[in-house]
Design a protein around this ligand. Structure first.
Ligand code: SF4
Length: 120
């Protein structure tokens, strides 16, 4: 049996959640959440943790050198390091508009890397 202590980040309240797993890694109990979102967050965090990715990408020929970007959906946590390597290699030509796709289907995750600001 193992117990994982997690802080829910699904909202700013930050509830402490305790997840108990049996020896096979199956969840046997979840406590401490105060809403359904928290329970779902804790379950996902233990079984298949995901994170949104935010970063910047180089802009070619624009009024700024970089544009902030984010992943369109959360991606598996274990892919974050490789995902950042792909983002660091990427660039986009100006002008850039909010929602422009910089990388499509990042590492086959189904998530796109999209611009979150305008660059002339
Ligand atoms: S359990 Fe619910 S109320 Fe608590 S931090 Fe998570 S989302 Fe917010």
């Amino acid at each position: 049996m193992a117990v994982r202590d997690i802080i829910c980040v699904a909202c700013p309240r930050g509830c402490p959640i305790k997840v108990t797993l049996d020896d096979a890694g199956n969840i046997t109990n979840i406590e401490g959440f105060t809403c359904k979102r928290g329970e779902e967050y804790a379950r996902a965090e233990v079984t298949h943790p995901e994170r949104s990715l935010t970063s910047t990408v180089k802009v070619i020929g624009g009024s700024a050198y970089v544009v902030p970007v984010k992943s369109s959906t959360a991606i598996p946590k274990e892919l974050l390091f490789d995902a950042m390597k792909e983002v660091n290699k990427a660039s986009i030509n100006a002008p850039v508009h909010i929602g422009d796709v910089v990388i499509k289907d990042l590492l086959g995750t189904g998530a796109d890397i999209v611009a979150t600001n305008e660059i002339d």
